[in-house]
Design a protein around this ligand. Structure first.
Ligand SMILES: [Zn+2]
Length: 436
């Protein structure tokens, strides 16, 4: 049986609706028809990362660029695209509020995001699917939607070149706007865009995303990732990112340590939160953290378990949520009331930023409602335990020596807001898609 759900796809590019067009392009895209001679700004970051504990200030003293240069670049270019009218609606006019209660869920009323689109069928039971050139992909966006190229410098310093040629063979990564933003500065990071990679995490791409979080150096700038089957709608490798000037509820959740890798990466359970998951932090360098998280993601992909990732704290902390909402939806196990809201619980919603489409849901938004929705996303406690074991096993087989040196689990619970009644609401969750 093939599991599918119907949903309204998000339009992330102004060219997405014209997919069927063929021939004489004339829309200034990123393919061979329009690319010759094209230039885009280039931001090159310093590759050698300092240990996480010494990361601040984020750009070294010998750089000619200020420490908040990337931050200003993203926002400056993004606002310029807003003035040019490239977005489908004005996200700054969307109403937003913090839902009263102890968790601080954030509700946004976003009526424009899903207008004028018909629901489309998405296959949700395959996390890895091959890249399909005939479908929309980011090489088809207009060059005006691309803000800059983003990559490591070759001389271990930070550089910005306002008009850099686009070297297709060098496989640049780019940052583009999302024309259906859910917050200020909503952009997409597309690793090695011309390689047309499918939506799947690999070590190199994940490290790039962590570098972007580190370079921006702004705790309100987070990156997120949705796998196929966990509400990604475009099968072309991309991360999302935006600014939200308030903590996400997930960032305030307490955690309980499971283990520490030999590279110093601490792996913990997330506690007292409606979606169960793991949190990764620390490490001797950015690459240690990146490798551990990417190996966990690769393990989930290979076991066909859909998941979402949030990169927080300027790249110092990463949340990983295996999820099963789309599968339940396809099996008809989600209540009609939840389905009626048409909320797709992807990384932002799971992290506590609820993007609501109907005014009635916004007006009536409560902690209880947010919790009820998110609890449907979560794996059961037993299933998360199995998934965690899969991840630890995968790590021990791929990095011999690393897990052998893992410290034994300690019963240490880190500080965070205490929510004593939290566990009651999440009992009885459904097992995930793939039996072990
Ligand atoms: Zn073209």
């Amino acid at each position: 049986m093939m599991l599918r759900i119907k949903r309204v796809p998000t339009v992330v590019s102004n060219y997405q609706r014209e997919e069927a067009e063929e021939g004489g392009c004339g829309r200034n895209c990123l393919r061979s028809c329009c690319l010759p001679g094209a230039k885009l700004p280039l931001y090159a970051f310093k590759k050698a990362s300092k240990p996480v504990s010494e990361q601040s200030p984020l750009v070294s003293d010998d750089s000619e660029l200020g420490i908040d240069f990337l931050d200003s670049l993203v926002l400056g270019e993004w606002e310029e695209r807003m003035q040019r009218g490239l977005f489908r609606y004005d996200v700054t006019a969307c109403e937003t509020k913090v839902i009263p209660g102890k968790y601080g869920f954030i509700a946004q009323l976003n009526e424009g995001r899903h207008l004028k689109k018909r629901p489309t069928e998405f296959r949700v039971d395959k996390v890895l699917q091959p890249f399909d050139e005939s479908k929309f992909n980011f090489t088809k966006v207009g060059q005006e939607e691309v803000l800059f190229q983003f990559g490591a410098s070759e001389d271990n310093d930070v550089h910005f070149i306002p008009y850099a040629p686009i070297d297709v063979d060098a496989s640049p990564s780019v940052v583009a706007i999302n024309v259906s933003p859910i917050e200020y500065g909503h952009v997409l990071l597309i690793p090695r865009i011309f390689e047309c990679l499918p939506q799947r995490i690999d070590r190199e791409s994940f490290l790039l995303a962590l570098h972007m979080a580190e370079e921006a150096g702004n705790p309100y700038f987070r990156l997120g990732y949705n796998s196929l089957g966990a509400f990604a709608t475009i099968n072309h490798l991309h991360f999302q990112a935006y600014y939200l000037a308030t903590p996400f509820p997930i960032e305030r959740a307490p955690s309980k340590k499971i283990t520490t890798t030999s590279g110093g990466v601490k792996i913990s359970y997330i506690l007292n939160y409606p979606v169960r998951g793991l949190v990764f932090e620390g490490g001797d360098g950015l690459k240690d953290l990146s490798d551990v998280v990417s190996d966990a993601c690769i393990c989930l992909q290979e076991n066909n378990i859909p998941y979402n990732v949030l990169i927080a704290d300027s790249g110092k902390r990463v949340f990983l949520f295996p999820q099963c909402y789309a599968e339940k939806q396809a099996l008809g196990e989600v209540s009609p009331e939840l389905l009626d809201t048409q909320v797709n619980p992807a990384v932002w919603e799971i992290s506590g930023h609820m993007v609501l489409k109907r005014r009635e849901d916004y007006e009536g938004a409560s902690e209880e409602n947010a919790w009820r929705l998110l609890a449907e996303v979560s794996l059961s406690e037993e299933r998360l335990e199995e998934v965690k074991e899969l991840i630890l096993q995968a790590m021990s087989s791929c990095c011999v020596g690393e897990v052998a040196a893992m410290a034994p689990a300690e019963e240490s619970v880190s500080s965070g807001p205490a929510h004593e009644d939290a566990d009651e609401s999440i009992k009885g969750s459904h097992p995930a898609m793939v039996p072990v």
